[in-house]
Design a protein around this ligand. Structure first.
Ligand code: GLA
Length: 378
């Protein structure tokens, strides 16, 4: 991918530049908790967006998307927003850097990636983090704090892409570290690295290939439900609520909002339980929590779909230790914690059964926990 980007850059712009990369992410547990002030437990993976960039001495940005074979040029003022949705991610990052009082000038860039789109692996956060990191390095002597880089990506989603997301994806993409998961407290923003050594187990993603499109999806509606319940309970976010408080206010909120909040409150505790279990090497508990999360996301939060529920059922039948839908939902992947000796049978069974029912196999991605945003070696 690096060589392809370099060649395309040279032939299009006639110069060289500097290469940056940032990663997609997985999340072991803690779904839809970030915007509720709760905990998440993600890690960056070995799927990247890479961008070659060169300062061009003008006030315009010229971008070529190698994967889409599409070109876009835009200025750096608010009214210069491009039409193409993909280019708005880069424009948004530029604007959010400028709004914070930092510098962005014109640049030429070519980017490509191998983070599967719409699979719940945060290709958009990888794109945002890649450019936020690059603009910090190229124009700002790396004076922008790392956390601010993640917030720049999140604000890009909010202000230029229509997704009212939490901070998890951009955090994972910026802070990701090889072989480590990270527990982030999304209220205090404290985080801790957990070396992830699951001896005897594999983590694997099964991509249903059902499209997941968070813009205009019920994602923003889920968030609104949670905020509504928090307001009714008189707390800032559902982080500060417990089941007793929710039960006491049951008749003041809709049945639907009650179910959403019930899931979020349960999930908050599960992340902590999983962290403790991991430190003890207790993978059975980790796995049980993952199944509970799936159940909650499917029945209470209602962000699963038939295909993902089916993959979850197959995992259970094959004796997989833990399995659940991962990411925002409405399609995408399940994440599975599988004992080594059961792995081959699970993959073969999932492929065959899914294919029989839906006419195509799920795509298998073994998870390799990797570094997040970085400058590539020349
Ligand atoms: C998407 C959002 C994240 C998070 C997850 C669900 O990936 O971008 O902020 O809310 O969904 O956990």
């Amino acid at each position: 991918m690096k060589e392809k980007i370099k060649e395309l850059f040279k032939s299009r712009f006639g110069t060289d530049g500097v290469m940056y990369a940032s990663a997609g992410r997985i999340n072991l547990i803690g779904e839809h908790t970030d915007y509720n002030g709760g905990f998440v437990f993600p890690g960056a993976i070995d799927k990247y967006i890479m961008a070659q960039i060169n300062i061009n001495g003008t006030d315009r940005v010229r971008v070529y998307s190698a994967d889409l074979d599409d070109y876009c040029e835009f200025g750096l003022r608010e009214e210069d927003a491009p039409q193409q949705q993909w280019a708005r991610y880069i424009f948004g990052v530029c604007r959010e850097v400028i709004k914070r009082g930092f510098t962005v000038k014109g640049f030429d860039t070519v980017f490509a990636g191998n983070v599967p789109l719409g699979a719940g692996l945060s290709s958009s956060a990888a794109l945002e983090s890649c450019y936020a990191f690059a603009l910090n390095d190229l124009f700002n002597d790396n004076k922008i704090e790392k956390f601010e880089l993640a917030l720049i990506g999140q604000s890009t989603e909010h202000n230029y892409c229509g997704v009212n997301c939490g901070i998890m994806d951009q955090f994972a993409s910026v802070f990701g570290k090889k072989d480590c998961l990270m527990r982030l407290d999304c209220r205090s923003l404290e985080y801790k690295y957990y070396p992830f050594k699951a001896d005897g187990y594999k983590l694997v993603l099964l991509d249903s290939k059902v499209k997941h499109e968070l813009v205009d999806s019920p994602y923003n509606k889920r968030r609104a439900s949670c905020e509504h319940v928090a307001k009714t309970l008189g707390v800032e976010t559902l982080r500060d609520a417990d089941m007793a408080m929710l039960e006491a206010a049951k008749d003041q909120v809709s049945e639907e909002d009650y179910m959403r909040a019930r899931y979020v409150i349960g999930e908050k505790q599960r992340v902590l339980d999983v962290c403790d279990a991991l430190e003890r090497g207790d993978f059975e508990t980790v796995g049980r929590c993952m199944y509970e999360t799936h159940h909650g996301l499917s029945k209470d939060y209602e962000v699963s779909c038939e295909e993902l529920d089916y993959l979850n059922d197959i995992a259970r039948e094959c004796g997989v230790t833990g399995s659940r839908i991962m990411g925002g939902g409405f399609g995408g992947c399940t994440i599975n914690l599988v004992k080594n000796e059961l792995y081959d049978n699970f993959i073969a069974t999932a492929k065959a059964k899914f294919n029989e029912k839906y006419g195509h196999e799920p795509v298998v991605y073994p998870v390799i926990i990797s570094d997040g945003a970085h400058k590539c070696e020349a």
